[in-house]
Design a protein around this ligand. Structure first.
Ligand code: UD1
Ligand code: CA
Length: 466
């Protein structure tokens, strides 16, 4: 095997995952926002794997729907064991020369670094197989690595088939393997199901190789979490915790301050620039990108949004929003899909924005709803302003041009346009366009009765005492 060796991948994902008690197929459950199966596939991609075959069975359609054309599929109609599962990929890969990595779809913490290390060892040693092992204090449920007198790996024994001595072995099979492709399928043809579970075990290939005098290498990972398999929701929560710690650590090392990593939830794939500070209770999800020098949180939920450098977002919710540089958001703002804020914008407390562009230096400081709107530069939108964008059937647009001033508690009944530099008086209900530099007032004129409050109070008091 050399650097140009053909490297293929097989991911086993045909099992039912019954203990998840879920309508969603086990390997599609997200860990830090990304399905377990995608974590595994991303690791394979990062390790330079070419053709990838996912073995599907239970939930095959859901898995195909989630991954689409990214991989090839082999159908394992009946789940007869992991060895049988790999064999169903033979029609696709059996004729190839090269190395095949086999992994399980329920081990999301497996890293590309380990796969690369295994490939390197396989390449250097010329072994028939290299497998990932780890030392566990409590190896319950996992296959044990049996080593011979010379220290070499002899075979793997599944826990259910262990005798007392084997059960005491701490070194376990982490469930990731590099195989010489041709030798793998030759050996699989010899695997029998004469074990406690009546299954065809992939792990038996190791003993078959050794019996044939072929070399098998162990690649021991220091990070035992890599072998962590998810079988129920307790394990899912634990995998999430481990992955979260990994993600946060990478951001910390990348120059991001996370005040309390235990209370900060960042999805895989989120990017954050250096010198940004993330305060507790913050959730950054999906395709979210945060610039440098920002202050995010506390208690902020950002989904699929982009926040530019030096922006401040506190106690707020953002969904598919774009926030420009030095713009401040919150506390208690709700930026819904289609919000686009320019630079140096101010969005204050209890402001909701949806499908609206708010250009540079404009302010919406308090208690407002701006929806289906285009707001220009240097606009002031007063407290309590509402774009009345919906008549119960259709949505209409509001346009507010540069330097306009919209006073407090104004209703802008869309479709309507406020021209450049126009002034709308507080409390107005605007139903017609206001031209450039015009002044609009649309409210009842006030009447004040001189001294009448005193008269009224005296009369009411007399009534009460009667
Ligand atoms: C397996 C290993 C064990 C290892 C452990 C690491 C075998 C026999 N044992 O045990 O040595 O320590 O993983 O986590 O391989 N699957 C199929 N088709 C099948 C059976 C399983 O696609 O017929 C898939 C499952 O969906 C799952 C994966 O293979 O994603 C592993 O199967 P599972 O039954 O969970 O194996 P373990 O008992 O965990
Ligand atoms: Ca498992």
């Amino acid at each position: 095997m050399n650097a140009n060796t053909n490297v293929m991948g097989i991911v086993l994902a045909a099992g039912l995952g019954k203990r998840m008690k879920s309508k969603l197929h086990k390997v599609l459950h997200p860990v830090c926002g990304k399905p377990m199966l995608e974590h595994v596939l991303d690791a394979l991609d990062a390790a330079g794997v070419g053709r990838k075959v996912v073995v599907v069975g239970h939930g095959a359609d859901a898995v195909r729907g989630a991954l689409g054309g990214r991989v090839e599929y082999a159908l394992q109609a009946e789940q007869l064991g992991t060895g049988h599962a790999v064999r169903v990929a033979e029609p696709l890969l059996g004729a190839e020369d090269g190395v095949t990595i086999v992994v399980y779809g329920d081990t999301p913490l497996l890293t590309a670094q380990s796969l690369e290390g295994m490939l390197r060892l396989q390449r250097e040693s010329g072994a028939a197989a290299t497998l990932l092992t780890a030392a566990f204090d409590d190896p319950t449920g996992l296959g044990r690595i049996v080593r011979g007198a010379d220290g070499g790996i002899e075979r793997i024994v599944e826990e259910k088939d262990c005798d007392a001595n084997e059960r005491a072995i701490r070194e376990i099979n982490a469930g990731a393997y590099c195989f010489d492709n041709k030798k793998l399928f030759e050996a699989l043809a010899q695997v029998k199901n004469d074990n406690k579970q009546g299954e065809y075990y992939l792990t038996d290939v190791i003993g078959i190789f050794r019996a044939a005098g072929l070399a098998v290498q162990g690649y021991c990972t220091a990070d035992a979490d890599e072998a962590f398999g998810v079988n129920d929701r307790v394990a899912l929560a634990e995998a999430e915790r481990l992955m979260r710690a990994r993600i946060n650590r990478a951001h910390l090392l990348g120059g991001v301050t996370i005040v309390d990593p235990a209370a900060t939830y960042i999805d895989a794939g989120v990017t954050i620039g250096a010198d940004t500070v993330v305060y507790p209770g913050t959730t950054l999800r999906g395709a979210t990108h945060i610039g440098e020098g920002c202050a995010i949180g506390p208690n902020t939920d950002i989904l699929n949004s982009t926040v530019a450098d030096e922006a401040v977002v506190k106690h707020s919710v953002l969904d598919k929003a774009v926030v420009g540089p030095r713009t401040t958001v919150g506390p208690f703002a709700n930026l819904r899909p289609g919000t686009r804020l320019g630079s140096d914008v101010k969005i204050g407390d209890f402001v909701e924005i949806k499908s609206a562009t708010i250009d540079d230096r404009s302010k919406v400081s308090h208690l407002a709803y701006v929806g289906d709107a285009r707001v220009g530069k240097d606009v002031n939108i007063g407290c309590g302003v509402i774009t009345v964008n919906y008549d119960g059937f259709s949505k209409f647009e509001t346009v507010i041009e540069d330097e306009a001033f919209v006073g407090s508690n104004v209703n802008l009944v869309a479709p309507v346009k406020i021209g450049k530099g126009a002034f709308v008086v507080a409390g107005s209900t605007i139903t017609q366009d206001v031209g450039e530099d015009d002044f609009a007032i649309a409210r009842e004129r006030q009447t004040t009765k001189k001294g009448y409050a005193k008269t009224l109070k005296a009369r009411l008091k007399a009534q009460k005492n009667r």
